[in-house]
Design a protein around this ligand. Structure first.
Ligand code: CA
Length: 243
């Protein structure tokens, strides 16, 4: 199994290198970042399993990094590194969506134990999905086609397929338009209008409805003010045939 990448965002060189070394010894891949802006970019790279985040950082402070990261990566595990006695920081960090905190100075062994504990209890890493059942229709993600007993096969665009795949890999979680924009087009925040996402979702919905003889069922649910998620009648199937 490939090593899980862990991003270490810490400006103090000695601490950052010590943490990175301990992680590598424990079998993780350590990605080092010396300021908040570089750290945020690194944390958003695909495949990252966990982020260790110092709060006092140059360029962008840790709380800001955490808030930005949560807009696009709602469940990526984050452990905040705080100074001894800074209880306000700890509370603010947890409130802003950190999963845990470690108080400095910490031992390498303690830190690695926390990383492993948070990874164990964090929501499942996105599942790999190869096929999706939507009502009576089957979506083959490899071929980018919808097969249905009630109509001819329909092709999906690459974007429609990516949206459906991302929703299916995170079944049960609401995915914001911002997250879809970042994941699909690599954009954070503005740039492409979030309306663009809505447009692709509308096309995808129309195809799924057609494949189901236009029954009145929401396969992609709009969660007001939050984003989209798959309806409960949609089943995602992984490479080994399990859902
Ligand atoms: Ca610092």
């Amino acid at each position: 199994m490939a090593a899980i990448p862990v991003v270490v965002i810490e400006d103090e060189v000695a601490i950052r290198e010590g943490v990175a070394t301990a992680l590598r010894h424990a079998g993780f891949e350590a990605i080092e970042a010396a300021d908040g802006a570089v750290g945020l970019d690194a944390a958003r790279r695909s495949g990252v399993g966990l982020v260790l985040l110092d709060l006092m950082l140059p360029k962008m402070d840790g709380m800001q990094v955490l808030k930005e990261l949560r807009r696009t990566h709602a469940t990526l595990p984050v452990i905040v590194l705080t100074a001894r006695g800074a209880e306000d920081e700890r509370v603010a960090g947890l409130r802003a969506g950190a999963d845990d905190y470690v108080v400095k100075p910490f031992s390498a062994r303690e830190l690695v134990a926390r990383v492993e504990a948070v990874l164990r209890r964090s929501p499942e890493r996105p599942a790999e999905v190869v096929r999706i059942t939507v009502g009576v229709a089957q979506v083959d993600l490899g071929r980018r086609e919808i097969f249905s007993p009630v109509c001819e096969a329909q092709a999906l665009s690459e974007t429609e397929c990516s949206i459906l795949t991302h929703l299916a890999a995170n079944h049960g979680r609401v995915i914001s338009r911002d997250e879809l924009l970042t994941r699909l087009w690599g954009l954070s925040g503005s740039g492409i209008e979030t309306r663009t996402v809505d447009m692709h979702v509308a096309r995808l919905r129309a195809k799924l409805a057609t494949a189901n003889g236009d029954v009145d069922e929401e396969y992609i649910v709009t969660v007001r003010g939050k984003g989209y998620m798959l309806g409960s009648s949609v089943k995602a199937v992984g490479p080994d045939g399990t859902d």
